[in-house]
Design a protein around this ligand. Structure first.
Ligand code: NAD
Length: 257
């Protein structure tokens, strides 16, 4: 697998899955553009360490994925986009009758609307270069639901639906669009919840992971950021050229239940 000469833009990639995807794409030769809404030395240092370790060109561009204009500006500033990974996402958990409107709006904007804006800006570049991959990081919650996650589930189902439309609109071109649907992935965000949950339930770490976090994941193992990155790399391969408009679950069997 060789993605040398291709440029990938990964939204929300200064931590977790997005950063893992960036590393895996760089390891097979793609130039990568990292993004988040902050603009700190340590954000730029992440890109520098990917460049140093893998030999690709790596940049960090600050842009707020809750703002449509910023989403489009990210793609314009990059100037080239062969692979677009729409990954930026946030979560808020609350019963629907108490769900704060500002949280609803932020989740819909960052988790769903951003993929519309970035894709709209990137498709002309893919058409110009004659090749493209749009890969949306959805979720098992793009296919199933859980209580108290109305905005997240709505946004992720929306992303799965949008992926099918993008696939149909590009079907006769060398461009594909798919959604990856991870189950629970052990990102820093998830790791940070473990100590509080241990305290709340009076359980040890392993019991919290197995009986609280992974109750719906039959494998009883987290997926890893490397596995999500590897699935992204596969979707960029020639073997995946006829895979478009579908979802790939990386969820330890969650959606088989
Ligand atoms: P994370 O918090 O580590 O990563 C989220 C990323 O989005 C961060 O880089 C953050 O800076 C960025 N981000 C947040 N708001 C932003 C904004 N306004 N503009 C730009 N960037 C912004 O969490 P993660 O677990 O790596 O999640 C990444 C994606 O994977 C999300 O879309 C999430 O819904 C999805 N996902 C995660 C899991 C899981 O278990 N961790 C499971 C399924 C799907």
């Amino acid at each position: 697998m060789d993605l040398a000469g291709k440029t990938a833009i990964i939204t929300g990639s200064n931590s977790g899955i997005g950063l893992g995807v960036a590393w895996e794409l760089a390891r097979v030769g793609a130039d990568v553009i990292l993004n988040s809404f902050t603009n700190r030395d340590k954000d730029h240092a992440l890109a520098e360490s990917i460049a140093r370790e893998t030999g690709v060109t790596a940049r960090y561009i600050s842009a707020d994925m809750s703002e449509g204009d910023d989403c489009r500006a990210l793609i314009e500033e990059a100037g080239v986009c062969d692979i677009l990974v729409n990954n930026a996402g946030i979560q808020h958990v609350s019963p629907i009758d108490q769900f704060p409107t500002d949280k609803w709006d932020a989740i819909i904007a960052i988790n769903m609307n951003s993929a519309f804006h970035t894709t709209a800006a990137a498709l002309p570049m893919m058409r110009e270069s004659g090749w493209g991959r749009v890969i949306n990081i959805a979720s098992a919650h793009g296919l199933t639901a859980s209580p108290y996650k109305a905005a997240y589930v709505a946004a992720k189902h929306g992303v799965v639906g949008m992926s099918k439309v993008i696939a149909l609109e590009t079907a006769e071109e060398p461009i594909t669009c798919n959604a990856i649907c991870p189950g629970y992935v052990l990102t820093p965000l998830v790791e940070a919840q473990i100590p509080d949950t241990m305290k709340e339930y009076g359980m040890d770490r392993d019991t919290v992971i197995r009986d609280v976090m992974l109750t719906r994941q039959p494998s009883k193992e987290f997926a890893t950021v490397e596995q999500i990155g590897g699935t992204t790399v596969f979707l960029c391969s020639d073997a995946a050229a006829q895979i478009t408009g579908t979802t790939i679950s990386v969820d330890g069997g969650w959606t088989a239940l």
